[in-house]
Design a protein around this ligand. Structure first.
Ligand SMILES: Cc1cc2nc3c(=O)[nH]c(=O)nc-3n(C[C@H](O)[C@H](O)[C@H](O)COP(=O)(O)O)c2cc1C
Length: 194
């Protein structure tokens, strides 16, 4: 197979769930956010907003609001991860962003059918750029699940995310504490028609 730096980053990127706590550099953060906005977007909308939160107290407050939100939240389908997240969130030690020093929240205008796709492409750019700089990253779904929770939303508004935006996803970013093992790739998930 062909090998190059981009493909190396694609293959070596893992979802990091253990961070050292050491903050990333300003230039690193700016590089990650720049990588995000160079992602493709439907119709070149670029209607996303990538909000980086590095204030430790703000992140801890958000974690408390997520825990509180999960208490009142009922999954609207049978996706197993949702129930597991709700259950896990009630443990005292729960921290949805794994104590990463930086969390980047991707939001977008509502009633835009490519909102999730555009934000996810931006996040993947962030993940690969992070990998290329030796940083760990992880996709976080909790703020999307709790996007309509009043407590979470009011606080995100206070952090500068427009009230009318829908929360698509988020990324935990930081120095890698414990590296994650690569999960095996499932067979028969690609198909070529010639
Ligand atoms: C849509 C989506 C939601 C995810 N949500 C979470 C999450 O909330 N917390 C988490 O730790 N990982 C989350 N992940 C990461 C996956 O668990 C991870 O990508 C998968 O286990 C494969 O591991 P790898 O990323 O190291 O290849 C999510 C990934 C995607 C694509």
């Amino acid at each position: 197979m062909i090998q190059n730096e981009v493909l190396d980053a694609i293959h070596s990127r893992r979802s990091t769930r253990s961070f050292t706590g050491e903050q990333i550099g300003t230039e690193q953060l700016e590089t990650l956010l720049d990588a995000a906005v160079w992602a493709p977007s439907g119709g070149n909308n670029q209607s996303w907003l990538f909000t980086a939160v590095q204030d430790r107290e703000a992140l801890l407050r958000l974690n408390e609001l997520v825990r509180e939100g999960f208490r009142h939240w009922a999954p609207d389908d049978s996706y197993p991860g949702k129930l597991a997240a709700k259950t896990a969130s009630q443990k005292e030690s729960y921290n949805f962003y794994y104590h990463a020093p930086t969390v980047i929240i991707a939001s977008n205008k509502p009633d835009y059918e490519n909102a999730m796709a555009d934000c996810s492409l931006g996040l993947e750019n962030i993940f690969l750029a992070a990998q290329s700089m030796g940083l760990g990253s992880c996709y976080l779904n909790q703020l999307h699940w709790l996007r309509d929770d009043p407590g979470v939303r009011i606080y995100l508004f206070e952090l500068g995310i427009p009230k009318e935006h829908t929360i698509c996803s988020a990324a935990a970013i930081g120095q890698i504490g414990k590296a994650s093992a690569p999960p095996a790739r499932k067979p028969n998930t690609v198909h070529i028609v010639r």
